[in-house]
Design a protein around this ligand. Structure first.
Ligand SMILES: C[S@@+](CC[C@H](N)C(=O)[O-])C[C@H]1O[C@@H](n2cnc3c(N)ncnc32)[C@H](O)[C@@H]1O
Length: 294
């Protein structure tokens, strides 16, 4: 599995967390996940996702309007935050501050997408308010972006952020329901390079339908970056922690086996399979498949 070019820069700066630090954090994380599994078995339906994201997280970002209180886009995306946590950086678990992680992440994501995309026009499905797109703009100001999401508060936030920083011609947001084959905005991905980032994780009830809808819209290329239980190595303690976490929050568990199956059927061609070298926590690093409809 390959890593990004940002690795060399960050390896000099971030030391691997100690064994004791990792062991304690993994154990606490596992206990929390087991607690969630036992106490309140979450079923991730469309209503649950709407309550969590549209009505809570994106609503909160929209109300706070933090971008109006910052000097520039970079400060909005990477606010000062020295809270140290265990995070995955260059395939290593390090204890680092949020601000350092997100600065590194912006660069690493830009390099990752540039390596797979082969286009200066990028579409994100399930973009939220477009954090990834604004973050990609920092290193690739010549690219243009379209983001689609089901959450009205995410879309409204992204549009305000774009307008505030004079980026409305660079970053456009609109609505899509990825589970709805008749959604007219699927037309916008025809011939385009499309990525998802921790979006299909939220649609465990309809993974196949979402993949079928994307294939039917005939994008040029698709990059799925999503967590899963399918590819975890359950002899690795951290993967056991991830397994428990993913099951406890009911994230998707069939995207990558579906893509493998569709490749065997000749419906798609898979160009790359990787594990993500970075993640903001110990329990939720994604896997990446890059593919094209045949
Ligand atoms: C975990 S967030 C990730 C947002 C963004 N990709 C990021 O990394 O900041 C998942 C997003 O998927 C969106 N989503 C969930 N179900 C969807 C659907 N059926 N169609 C489109 N977007 C959906 C949610 O509204 C939410 O904004």
């Amino acid at each position: 599995m390959s890593t990004t070019g940002a690795n060399n820069i960050s390896l000099q700066r971030f030391a691997k967390a100690s064994l004791a630090d990792r062991a304690t954090t993994y154990a606490l994380d596992a206990v929390r996940s087991i607690g969630r599994l036992v106490m309140r078995r979450v079923k991730r339906t469309a209503d649950v996702v709407n309550s969590e994201y549209n009505l809570l997280i994106w609503q909160r970002v929209l109300t706070a309007r933090a971008w109006t209180k910052t000097n520039d886009l970079s400060e909005f995306l990477i606010p000062p935050n020295t809270a140290q946590e265990l995070r995955k950086v260059d395939n290593q678990i390090c204890r680092i501050a949020a601000q350092d992680y997100y600065r590194y992440r912006a660069k690493a994501l830009g390099e990752l997408i540039a390596r797979h995309a082969d286009s200066k026009r990028i579409v994100e499905l399930g973009t939220g308010y477009g954090y990834n797109l604004f973050s990609l703009h920092l290193d690739h100001p010549e690219w243009t972006f379209k983001g689609f999401d089901i959450a009205p508060n995410g879309i409204a936030t992204g549009r305000e952020v774009a307008a505030h920083f004079g980026l409305s011609d660079k970053v456009a947001l609109d609505r899509i329901d990825l589970t709805d084959a008749s959604d007219i905005n699927f037309a916008a991905i025809n011939g385009e390079v499309v990525f998802t980032y921790f979006c299909i994780e939220q649609i465990p009830y309809d993974v196949r339908k979402v993949v079928d809808n994307i294939i039917a819209a005939r994008p040029k290329r698709v990059i799925n970056i999503e967590p899963t239980t399918e590819l975890l190595n359950l002899t690795d303690p951290r993967d056991i922690v991830s397994f428990l976490y993913i099951r406890s929050v009911d994230y998707q568990t069939q995207l990558f086996s579906t893509l493998d199956e569709y490749e065997r059927q000749g419906r798609i061609r898979i160009l790359a399979r990787e594990r993500m070298p970075f993640a903001p926590s110990i329990h939720n690093d994604g896997f990446l498949f890059c593919w094209e409809p045949t």
